[in-house]
Design a protein around this ligand. Structure first.
Ligand code: FES
Ligand SMILES: [Fe+2]
Length: 429
């Protein structure tokens, strides 16, 4: 459990909060590129860590992220005209650009009288792998964008989507760092998946290692045939976890406010893009506004017959299953009321890493994984995998290969590798 003070420290991310200050030192997702696809197209609202922002691709093709409310008298720029390399407010025509400069104040007789003094809220953006990342921190502390594997490969080999989560970001993030739940929440009762080690051996042993990006999280399970199933995930400061899913996926939990967040699923394809399956099947579970069709408001469309015969939850899809348990904890869970066990050691490590960084920044210490020099900018070793090895073998060998950015020998095919679509129908992944 956590003290209420530490729970607040970890979960409150608005302007002026300690975690808010920490998160604002990193590049974090603001929206998907596809939401602002068109130069001069419609802006999109971006509520982010308690701030009201709008993103837009200006007429020159540059993506801006600026305060939603016009610097003149606060009308929403979401409704504005995207023209002349800025957003023009509907009320009195002020034109604000992606740098927060007011370019025009057409209702004013002297064009320079006000606009020289006004600097609107504006944050730098960086677009990669279908995501518009933003940096909301102090200008003089802006880090380099980390060179991850997904920044080094063509966009054709990545896929991305996002979904609206009705809970604090940490509830979602903890689910990603919690290997034990896979054997229950995502368990299928019939078909080929039912026999997988992940579902039949239920008491993972945890280990973790501190890294220059966050933590490697290792869970090992003894399989029915007395081998060792090793699952490695990477917690990446401050709100990402890389997991071995269908492919390798980064799941990123971005606070909207203290009781809602976006989950971004960013996948990396190993094979040729043409052979890879699209993420679009995951979108079957989402509406056009990225809200889940099965959600808290309709009890996740739980089917009790399905629960008896098909899977543990009676719900289709990992996203639905994950969302059910993390959202049903409440909008912002009070961790002074929990009872932790051995199966929670992964999330304890993540909380401690975050708490140390939050408190360290308050004390004036630079957080981990802030990249300031090109020479240090190589994070292609951030990865995830699952592999079954001899029981007597040392699972640390797996980490050696990952750290060396090598394929891990004996890595199993993706657990939901599913050329005929059968498993997809079972799991909805
Ligand atoms: S409120 Fe936007 S121009 Fe007046
Ligand atoms: Fe899950």
């Amino acid at each position: 459990m956590l003290s209420r003070e530490d729970n607040d420290l970890l979960t409150l991310t608005g302007p002026g909060t300690p975690a808010g200050a920490l998160f604002r030192r990193y590049w974090i997702p603001a929206c998907l590129s596809e939401e602002v696809r068109e130069a001069g197209g419609a802006p999109v609202r971006v509520p982010l860590m308690g701030e009201s922002l709008v993103a837009f691709r200006d007429t020159s093709g540059r993506v801006g992220l600026i305060g939603e409310h016009c610097p003149h008298r606060g009308a929403s720029l979401y409704y504005g005209r995207n023209e002349d390399c800025g957003l023009r407010c509907l009320y009195h025509g002020w034109l604000t650009n992606a740098d927060g400069e007011v370019l025009e104040t057409p209702a004013e007789p002297d064009p320079d009288a006000i606009r020289r003094d006004v600097r609107h809220t504006a944050y730098p953006t960086h677009e990669v792998a279908g995501i518009v990342f933003a940096y909301l921190g102090p200008e003089d502390k802006k880090p380099l964008f980390p060179a991850y594997r997904f920044t080094e490969i063509p966009a054709t080999h990545t896929y991305v989507t996002k979904s609206f989560q009705e809970c604090n970001y940490l509830q979602g993030l903890e689910g990603e760092c919690d290997s034990a739940h896979l054997s229950f929440l995502h368990r299928t009762l019939t078909g080929p998946l039912a026999k997988r080690a992940i579902f039949t051996s239920r008491q993972p042993k945890y280990a973790h290692e501190r890294t220059n990006f966050g933590l490697r999280l290792i869970a090992t399970r003894v399989t029915d045939d007395e081998r060792l199933y090793v699952r490695v995930s990477s917690f990446v400061m401050p709100v990402s976890c890389w997991v071995a899913a269908r492919n390798r996926e980064a799941h990123i939990y971005v606070p909207i406010d203290d009781t809602h967040c976006w989950r971004y699923d960013l996948g990396i394809l190993d094979g040729p893009a043409a052979e890879a399956r699209s993420i679009d099947d995951r979108r079957e579970f989402l509406g056009p506004d990225f809200r889940k069709r099965a959600n808290l408001g309709n009890d996740y469309l739980q089917d009790r017959e399905m629960q008896k015969h098909e899977n543990f939850t009676g719900m289709r899809g990992f996203l639905t299953q994950d969302s059910c348990v993390t959202e049903s904890m409440g909008p912002r869970f009070d961790r002074s009321k929990e009872y932790l066990g051995q199966s929670d050691l992964g999330i304890v490590a993540v909380r401690n890493r975050l708490l140390r960084a939050i408190k360290g920044l308050e004390a004036g210490r630079e957080p981990p994984h802030i990249v300031t020099r090109e020479a240090d900018n190589d994070f292609t070793h951030v990865d995830a995998c699952q592999v079954t090895i001899d029981r007597g073998a040392d699972w640390r060998e797996v980490l050696v290969h990952l750290a060396a950015e090598e394929a891990v020998p004996g890595t199993e095919p993706p657990p939901f590798h599913d050329p005929d679509g059968q498993l997809k129908r079972e799991t909805g992944t």
